[in-house]
Design a protein around this ligand. Sequence first.
Ligand SMILES: Cc1cc2nc3c(=O)[nH]c(=O)nc-3n(C[C@H](O)[C@H](O)[C@H](O)COP(=O)(O)O)c2cc1C
Ligand code: SF4
Length: 1460
Amino acid sequence: MSSLSAVARIAYLASETLVDSLPPLPSNPEFASPFTSVSQLSRRRPNLISVPYGGDPAATLLRATGSALTSFTTLSNSQTIARLVLRLAELASSPLVLHIAVLNDLSDVLILRTVVPYFLLSTTAQQAHDNALLASKLARSQKTAVVHAFFSTKEGSDTATELSEENVLNFLFDEKGLVNGSNDHTNGVNGHANGVNGHSGGTNGHTNGVNGHTNGTNGIDSSEDVEDDGVALQLFRAYEAAALNTLKAVRRPIRPFTLTGSSEPTTIIFILGKASFEASVEGLSFVDVSLLSPLLPSRILGAIPSTVTSVIVLEQVQNWSLKWTPLYLEVVSAVQQRNHATRPTVHSGVLGDSTQITQVELLKVLQKISQSTSPLRLRLGSTNEGKVPFQVPHIPKHELSYTKILAHLFRERLDISNSPNLIPAQGELATSPEFALGRVRGQIDERTKLLTAVQDLLQSGNINSELHTLLSKWVLAKDDDIRSRSLGQQITQKLELANPSVGVQRVLALRSHFPSVSRWIIGSDAWSYDLGSSGLHHAIASGLNVNILILDTLPYSQRNSADPTRRKHDIGLYAMNHGDVYVASVAIYSSYAQVLQALIEADKFNGPSVILAYLPYENEDVPALGILKETKLAVDAGYWPLYRWDPSKELSGEEPFTLDSDAVKNDLQAFLDRQNHLSQLVRSKPQLATELVSSLGETVKEIRKKKALHSYNDLLTNLDAPPLTILYASDGGNAEKVAKRLSNRAQARGLSTTLSTMDTMSLESLRQEEFVAFITSTAGQGEPPQNGRQLFKAINAAAANESDLLSNLRYAVLGMGDSHYWPRPEDTHYYNKPGKDLDARLEKLGGTRFAALGLSDDQDADGYQTGYKVWEPQLWKALGVDSIEVTEAEPEPITNEHIKAASNYLRGTILEGLEDNSTGSLAPSDGQLTKFHGIYQQDDRDIRDERLAQGVEPAFAFMIRVRMPGGVCTPEQWLTINQIADEHGSGTFKITTRQTFQFHGVIKRHLKSAIQDINRVLLDTLAACGDVNRNVVCSSIPTMSKLHAQVYQFAVSVSQHLVPRTTAYHEIWLDKKLVAGEALKDHEPLYGEFYLPRKFKVAIAVPPTNDVDVFANDLGFIAIVDGNGELAGFNVTVGGGMGVTHGDKKTYPRTGDIIGFCTPEQGKYIAEKVMLTQRDNGNRADRKNARVKYTIDRMGLDVFKSEVEKRLGYQLQPAKPSAFDRNVDDYGWSTGEDGRHHFTMFIENGRIQDESGKEFKSGLREIAKIHKGAFRLTTNQHLLISDIPTEDLPKIKNLLSKYKMDNLSHSGLRLSSSACVAFPTCGLAMAESERYLPILVDKVEKICEENGLRNDAIVMRMTGCPNGCARPYVAEIAFIGKAPGVYLMLLGGGYYGQRLNKIYRETVTEPEILDILKPMIERYALERNDGEHFGDWTIRAGYIAATTSGKEWYHRMGGEEQFA
Ligand SMILES: Cc1cc2nc3c(=O)[nH]c(=O)nc-3n(C[C@H](O)[C@H](O)[C@H](O)COP(=O)(O)O)c2cc1C
Ligand code: SF4
C-alpha cells in the first residue's frame, strides 16, 4: 500500500467532511481512487467535496468547519498552498487535518508551518498511516488544525500495516482516549512503549533508548534546563498525549524525533525530509524529525548530547526562497541557549535526492565541516538549483470549442488577457484575474492616451492634410474593428515618413493601440478557476469594457449539493443584479447560434460582459457525445437556462431579457420555483406603493435606483442648498420612520434628498457624498441593525487603517437606543453604541460634523421622538434652511389603518403582486393585507445576511395559517394538510398555540395552490391572522364527549359569526369572480372598512382544565355545567392579552376579568358586542396600545362592560362559581362517555416532522389513513387522536407504538413546556425558541431529576420575542428573547394560568439560567408545601412578588434583592 492510499483511507474513515483538491489537468485525481476503494468496504460516508485545481480550498474548508472533523487532501503545489496560507489562520482553531502529499521537495508545504499549531511529517508509508491517525485524533480532540505532510511513496515500494476500520473508529471516537493535554498515561504502557520504541535504528546503541522517559512516546529526553514557551509546551503535551494514544492503538512508536547512529556522537545530522543513509560512521548520529511544530528548544537540545561539536541540519527544500531554512533556525536558536563552551557549530544543508547519496559523499561533507569552525551551507544529494521554470498550464481540449469560436469571430482583434501563453514571460500569476484586469486597464488607459495624442497632433497643425484626414477618420472609426485597424496601418506608414516631432513620436509610441480590440478574460476550471469565484466581482465592479467568459464544466448529473457554492450559473444572477453588465448563459452543445449571438453582443456592449458557458465534462477522455447528453439534461431540466440580458436595450425601450431555451421556457416556472431565483431572472417592475418600499428585500433595487434618483432630485431642486443624503439602519422600523420623516421635512424645505439604508452605500460612494445624515438604531447587544452592518464594517476597518479617507464628508449622526434595554451596570456601554461609534469613526476618517451627535432614548418622556426633536433643528441650521417656513403639511406617515382603508376590503394589489415574477415577495402594504387572509410573509433569517452579502433578495417564503375553530379536523383533512406541507411548504407543519395548523416555507408561486388545496377539504385560512377575530380555540376534553361536542359547536358558531364577509378572499385565492361585473359591492357588517384596531382572540375553557389559557385572551368563555352534566352557559372574561414591547412600560400583559354569565345562545352575540366595543373604542393611532386590554384599562372595566351591555340591550347575569386546577394537557389514553377512546400524545412544541427515531409525520399519516374518528389539536401544541372505536384500538395502538408516538415517559417539566416558532422563519424573533427550548429543558430536567422532581409539572415557556405567542406571561417560569442567546427571565405565574408572572432578571444567558434555577429547584424540592406549585412557591419563598394586575406588572419587578 502506498502512503497516499494509507492516508486517504484514514482521512476517509476519520472525517465527517472530506475536501479533496484536484491536481492540475491532465493528471488524474490521486486521492479519488483510494476514496472509492475504501467506500466500498466501509460503512462510513463522509461528505466528499472536490475542489478544482486553482479553486480556493480555504473557502470550502471554512464552510465545512461545522464538522467534528474535516480532512483536506491534496498534492503539494504552490498555487493550492498559496491560497491556503492566506486563510489558514481563520481555520487554525477548527478540527481540520490537511494531508499534503509531497514528491521530493518540502519548500511549498513548509510555508504552512507558521499558520497552524501542528505540523507533522511522514517519510514512509507506515509513518504516514500512523501520523494520519495521530493527526486526526489531535485535530478532533483539540479542535485545531494539523498539517500532515507526507512523502508520496509508490505502491509496493513501501508497506504499511493498517489498523482495521473498527479499531480506527474505536480509536478516534472513544471518548476515554481523548487527548487532554496532560500526561495521564499509565506506566504499564509507558514501559511497553520504551521497550519497543526506545530506538528504531538498531545499528548502534543510542543515547536514550533505555531511559525511563516520562512520556514514553518520545525518543528524546528534555534533560536540559531550558525554559520552553508556555503555549508551545501545552501544544506539545497535547501532542505527546495523542501520540501515546496512537501508540496504544497501533503498537508502534510515534515520536517527534527518531535517533539512529552512534550513541556518543560528535556530529549529529538533523534531517527534515526523506533520506535513508546507509552509512555507519563512527561518531555520527541522525535525528529524523517528524514533528516540526510545536518544536521545543528543550527537546532539540535533548537530542544533542554534550559530546556533539557539530550539528548539520539537512532540509529537503530545494526551492526555498528565504535565506534561512525553518528547522535550521529552530536548531540554531535552541543551541544559543547552551553556554558557549558546550555550544556546537550548526551548519545548514539542502537535501537533494537522497537515494543517490553515497557514503563517500557523506564523508566528504563531514571532512568539510571538520575543517571549519564557522557555520557552512552544504548540499547533499543532487538538487535542481534555482527555480523550476514556469510551466504553461494544460488547456483541456474540450475548452477549445469556445476559444476557437472567439478566434474565428474576432481574429486579430481577439486579446485574451489571461492567456496561459503569457506565463513563460510573466510568471504563474499571468492567468489570475487580478493580473488580467490590470492588463486590460493598462491597455485601455494607453488607448485613451493615444486618442489624446492624436487629437493634440490634429490640433497642432504640424501635419500634412493627408495625415490629417487619416487621423480624423480614425478618431471617428476608432471603435470599428476593421477600419480602425486599416486606418492605423496607413497612419503608421505615413507617420514613419513624417517629420519626427514630439507629437508624432508620441503617437508612434502608442501605435499598437490603433486597432479596436476585443478583450476577453477566460475563467476555466482547469487553469483559471478563481475568476469564477472571487475574481469576478472585481471584474464587474471595474466597469471596464471587458468580456468575461466563464466555463462551467461541472456535469449536471454530478452537480454538487455538498458544495452548493460552486453553482456558477448563480454568477449570472449576481451579475444581473449589479446593473450595467451584459450577461448571457450559453451552452455550445445546445445552441451554437446562441453562443455566437451572445459573444457578438458582449463584444459590442460598452462595459463589462459576463458569459457563462456550459461545457460539462469530467475528464479529457469524455467523448463529445457525453458532453452533448449532459448539456441536454442540464438545459432541459432548467439547471442551465439559456438567456441573454442586455441592459443597453433598456435605453431604447426594449426588453433587456431574452430567454433562449425553448425547453426551459416551458419548464421555467418549475425551475424558478425550485431555485427560488425567479426574482432575479426577469426584469423588475416598479411596485405600486413605492412610498412604502424600503424594507430589506428592496435593498438590491434601491442600490440601482439611488443614482438615478440623485440626479433627478438635482434637476428638481432650484435652491442652492446642498443635497442631503439620509442613510438609516433599522431593525424594527423606528429609525426607518424617523429617517423618512427627516427626508419629508428636508424636501419640504427644498432640499434635494436621497434616502436609503446604510448598506446600499459603499465606502467608496460615501467618499463622493457631501452632506450625510446617519440615523442608526441599536440592535443585539450594542450592535448595528442588519441593514447597516456592511457599511459599519467597512467604516470600522477603514478607521483602523486610514485617517482621512472621508475628508470631504460633512456628517451628522442620530443614534437611537434604549438606555434600559440592557439594565445591568456592566452593560451600560451597549446604550446607543452604534451611533456613538459611528460618530467617532467618521471623525477619525477626517469627516466634519455638521451637527452634534444626537441620542434618542426609548426611555425618554416622548420615547425616541424626544432625542430626535432636539437633533433635527441643528441640521436645518447647518444646511442654511432653518429660516424656511414650511407651510405645506408634511405627508402623513402611512399606517396600517391607511392600508386597510385603501385596500378595497382586503384586496390591495395582492392579485397583481402574485403575478409579479420579478420578486419572491409581495409589496409591503399587501404583506399587511395578506395577514387577513391567513398568510404572513417571512424570509429565512438563517441565510438573510449571506443573501444580502451576495446581492440577492432575502429567501422570501410565506407562512400559511389555517382557520380551524376548536382545533378539530378529520383524517381526510389531516392527509391534505400533510400533503400540502410536502408539495408546497417546507415538508413539516406545526400545531400552533391557537389550535390550528401552520405551514412555513411556501413560496409565492405556490401560495394559491396551497390555499386552494386547503379550501378543497372545507377548511380555510380567512382571518387566521390580521386585525380580526382569530381562530376561536376551545378545550379538548377527552373524557366528556358530549360536552366537548357542545363546546366545539359553540366555538364554530362564534367563529362563523365573527368571520369577515369580504369576497376578496374567494376572488383572489379561489378564482371566484364578483357577481355581475363588480356590481355587488363588498360590505363588512361587523368590521367596516377599517376592520379592528388589532387582533382579537377568543377562547372557550371547560373547567377544571384551563388548557386554552382563557385569561390570556381578549374574550373568554368558561363553560358552566349544570347538575345533569349539560352545558348551562359560560362565565365571560374580557381583557386578556400577552404582547409587550421590551422596554416600553406603556405595554404590559394582562389576564382577563370575569364580567358575568351568559347562556350558550347569547354567547356569539356577546362576542360580537365585545368586539364592536373594541372596534369603536380601541386605539387606532398606536398599534402597541390597541388591544382590548388597553381599551379596558383606559375606559375602566365597568364602563367597558356597560358599553357591551348597552349594545346587547340587556345585562349579563352574575358569574357562577367555577374553578380550574391545571393548564397542561391530559396525556395518554382516556375513554369518553360514549365509549370511544382518545389518545393525547406529546409533540414537542407542535412540530410535525420525521426525525430519526421519531417519525411522527409518517406515523400520523398512517393513522390518518385508517382512523375513523377525528384529530383534535390542543393549544399547548399537542394532539389527540380522538373518537377511536374500540374495534380499531389494536390497529391504532400498533401504529402509535411502531412510530414511537406513544412515548409519554418525559419529565413533568418537558410535558408542561411550550415554545413559539421564532427563528428561522418568524420575522420578529430576537432569539431562538422552538429550536432551543428542548435543549434547555434537557438541562433543567436534570436538575429536577436530581431533586426528585422528575414527574412534577412546572409550566415553563419560551418565546423568541415579547409578542408572547406561546403565552409566556402566565407560565411559572418563562424566557423571552431579547437578543441571540439572551433572554428576559420571568417567575411566579399561576400554575393554571390564573396569574401573570413578573420579570425576575432582565438579561440571562444559559449559564445564568442554570445557576439561578439549580438552587431554586433544590429549595423548592425541600421546602414546598403539599401540592404547592412552583410559581406559587417562588412568591412564598420571596424570589418574586405576585402580580395582581396587568398594570402592576412592572411593579416590584427584578427579583428578590431588588425589592427586598
Ligand atoms: C433586540 C433588540 C436589542 C436592542 N439592543 C439595544 C442595545 O444594545 N442598546 C441600546 O441602546 N438599545 C437597544 N435596543 C433598543 C433599540 O435600539 C430601540 O428600541 C430603537 O428605537 C429601535 O429602532 P429600530 O426599530 O429602528 O430598530 C434594542 C432593541 C431590540 C429590539
Ligand atoms: S413570540 Fe415573537 S418570536 Fe415567537 S412566534 Fe410570536 S412573534 Fe415570533
